[in-house]
Design a binder for this molecule. Structure first.
Ligand SMILES: N[C@@H](CCC(=O)N[C@@H](CS)C(=O)NCC(=O)O)C(=O)O
Length: 232
């Protein structure tokens, strides 16, 4: 009898070590937030590759953990009060992990509120807007004859980059010390390279952001998290 008997996802992606946190993910900007956080916090975990294909994210086993068919998701067999907990939505997972480890979320109530504020900025703004930019710039939408949607997301990306660039003036990290807010934001900035959109959004004009992203990717835990689980 294992705690995973009550989680159908474990039938398709069985845990090798059922005692540790199970991560279901793929190395996309949303996926790597959780692997990076786990690496930074030193929480033992096992990563399962769940591709973005319907055969994975829309399988009944995956949907049993995340009815919204998106990675990342986790199961922590050592949840609060010893009860196993399953979670989806990267922002919720980051807050959960920060509270579990007591790391990367500030130490006072005010610091914590600021970390969550910038985390929400990413979840509600930067991530969805850059995701749409990717669709209209690199993927299927790039072939649309009507260029107004593409222009709209280029403009919105520029606006958001400007907000971050100004906020980072004289600062190493977005909300006090390095935090889950940075772990949420920086992988999305990195995605601009993958989309081939850096020039169009004027990336090089945002020197605080260029330095910020370098500072982030220099971290050993980030380098490990960015390739976990491996694509191939
Ligand atoms: N708000 C969600 C978004 C997650 C998300 O968009 N995941 C994408 C990959 S980055 C996905 O799984 N897409 C598969 C699909 O939509 O079918 C979160 O932050 O966890």
């Amino acid at each position: 009898m294992s705690v995973f008997d009550s989680f159908p996802i474990a039938r398709k992606w069985p845990p090798k070590d059922p005692g540790v946190l199970q991560l279901y993910s793929f190395p996309t900007p949303n996926g790597v937030k959780v692997s990076i956080a786990l690496e930074e916090m030193g929480i033992p975990y096992e990563a399962h590759k769940v591709t973005l294909s319907d055969a994975d994210v829309k399988s009944p086993e995956f949907l049993s953990l995340n009815p919204n068919n998106k990675i990342p998701a986790i199961i922590d067999p050592n949840g609060p009060d010893g009860t196993p907990v399953g979670l989806f939505e990267s922002g919720a997972i980051l807050i959960y992990l920060a509270e579990k480890s007591g790391k990367l979320i500030g130490s006072t109530a005010t610091e914590k509120a600021h970390v969550i504020q910038w985390l929400m900025f990413q979840m509600g703004g930067l991530g969805p807007m850059l995701g749409q930019l990717g669709f209209f710039y690199k993927f299927a939408g790039s072939e649309w004859e009507d260029k107004r949607p593409q222009q709209r997301y280029i403009n919105e990306a520029k606006r958001l980059l400007n907000v971050l660039n100004l906020e980072l003036e004289g600062k190493n990290w977005i909300a006090g010390d390095y935090s889950i807010a940075d772990i949420a934001i920086a992988p999305w900035l990195r995605a601009l390279d993958f989309y081939g959109a850096k020039e169009s959004v004027g990336w090089e004009d945002h020197s605080n952001l260029v330095d910020y992203l370098n500072r982030f990717t220099d971290r050993p835990a980030v380098q490990k998290g960015l390739v976990t689980p491996p694509r191939e």
